[in-house]
Design a protein around this ligand. Sequence first.
Ligand code: IMP
Length: 483
Amino acid sequence: MWMEEFFKSVTFEDFLIRPHHGMLDSRKDANLTMQFSRRISIKTPIVGANMDTVTGENMMKALSLNGCFGFIHRNCSIEKEARQVAAVKRQQSFIVANPLAVGKNMPIKEAKRIVKIEKVSGLLVEESPGSGILAGILSRRDFPRDNDEKLVSEFMTPFDRLVTAKEGVSLEEAERVMYEIRKEKLPIIDENGKIRGLVTMKDLEKSKHFPYSSIDSRGRLLVGATIGATGDFMERAAAIIEAEADCVLIDIAHGDSEVMRKAVESFKAKFPNTELVCGNVGTRDGARFLADLGADAVKVGIGPGHGCRTRIETGVGVPQMQAIREAYLGVDGRVPIIADGGIEDDGEIAKAIFCGADTVMLGSMIAGTDESPGVISINPATKKQVKKYRGMTSPDAVLDRNDWENPSEILESSPAQEGQPLEIDYVGSVVPIIKRIREHLQSTVSYTGQRTLSLVHKLAVASPYDYFINKLTEAAQKESFDR
Ligand code: IMP
């Protein structure tokens, strides 16, 4: 039989991970870098779900700053999704991509006003408004006490006295130069003298607090975004790629389908160089199908999600540990696997990775945070602070995607609703949650006798019998999880 008996009809609570002789002095030394997709690796193997109550602009920024990845959801207009992608991209870990600039002939009075409103310590100055050609820098210290009618050009440090850097400058190089010239600001320009960014000492210091951040070759945060497989999906793809998404996700309920084949073929024909993730599938054949189509990562999960009613309503589904294992065997190491849905405890993330996943997508576990879209409300019965979380096919998510003029028509014409709305306890920022998951995963690596998660993943997927204790009895489950 092609799949081990061991993984049939099982999920997280059926397993424990077997400890091995430890190698690390401290669990903090464990490295968690994993391959997310063919060309992207991340330092924390967590991915934010592309749901409108989970990943918008703020969640995406927080995830990337803290070493994870995510996909901005598509339950909004094309323009809004593209705008969010662009906003994340602007938030570099240490370079301000579109710094404020004013024309050199602007009166000082106006420049003072902008500095105050925008709460910045200075401004780049350009030859003429909108030209982008760097003419100088005006810092707060340069402002005269009076003479408000005079022009910026009279007080700025002019271009010929500025030190600048080229695009692609590394964090280390930027820091070295700024210490050398004893300046707080280093403009980035291209060969034509056009402004391409700004490094500030403040941002450099801040970026040191994000040692794991997921960034591109220019130091900008990585961002993923989602499209469907029908309708205006190619328009949506064009807009988010134009906004510089690093990875596109084609996400449909049944990824092992002809609809997906057609969508991937259209996508690949137009955007052959864009990293593409496809899902969802829950079987070996489904995962192989997506890898054969050319997906750069395969997203796995049919029915485990907390807002999901697929298994109840249709009877269809694959227990998540079995689905991950099947997918692992199906893609045969060609592309990474994202295990999507059903995670309740941090230990289950390690189990997903040990049986075949490379990264794990989280929805409800991070939905009750400051960074997820939506507002905090009070549950009138429990008086607890909560946030809304809902399956993306739940009726209110479907309605939000459309206008509300004819709600019954909209619901009738959309696919069967296999998602449900829930309330999730509000838990504050997502950042401590990511930190906690990192520390728990580092402990797992330490317990299992390796230094890196990628190595223990390789060993465990190759010989699961050495790394898992399975088919726990009811008593063993009680002893393990009943708290
Ligand atoms: P969670 O981490 O258990 O909350 O699961 C999140 C996952 O649930 C998402 O990444 C989706 O794969 C899945 N999901 C989201 N909305 C729906 C839905 O309406 N029906 C079925 N599955 C859904």
